[in-house]
Each structure stands twice: as C-alpha cells, then as structure tokens.
Design a protein around this ligand. Structure first.
Ligand SMILES: [Zn+2]
Length: 82
C-alpha cells in the first residue's frame, strides 16, 4: 500500500469521524447547558449577590456553536434562493 495514502487515511479518518460526530450531536441535541449559570437561568450580581436573569442563555440552555453556524448558513441560503 502507498505510504502517502496510509498517512492521508490516518489523518483524514479521525477528523471526519469527529466532524460527523459533532454534526450528529448538534442535530440530535442542539442545546447545551449554560456554563455561566450552570443551567439555572439566573446569576447573582457581584455587588450584594442579588439574583438576576442570565444574559448569556434562555432559561439555562444555549444553542451549540455548530448549530448556530448551521442556522446562519441555512438562513443565508433561504434568503439567497427566495
Ligand atoms: Zn445561563
């Protein structure tokens, strides 16, 4: 077998598996728990520790980065082909 082909398959196969796995994860579970508020949906202020709604998420869930990218290109394509 050609050593370059072996090297290419060793590099490309794990990268493709990781990419497809992340795409599948974004398709099956598009939301993840917010790390800022640990899924509670509210944080405390630095001064006096008063409870406040988390600005990064909506009720403790955030859209995954991969899903956000997919939505961007999906909307872009929909606007372009309209
Ligand atoms: Zn949050």
């Amino acid at each position: 077998m050609d050593p370059l082909l072996t090297l290419a398959s060793v590099i490309v196969t794990p990268a493709a598996l990781v990419t497809l796995g992340y795409a599948g994860l974004c398709w099956v579970s598009p939301f993840k728990t917010c790390k800022r508020c640990a899924g509670t949906g509210h944080t405390t202020t630095r001064f006096l520790r008063r409870p406040r709604a988390c600005r990064r998420c909506d009720r403790g869930l955030r859209l995954r980065t991969g899903r956000r990218v997919f939505n961007y290109f999906h909307r872009l394509r929909a606007e372009a082909t309209r």
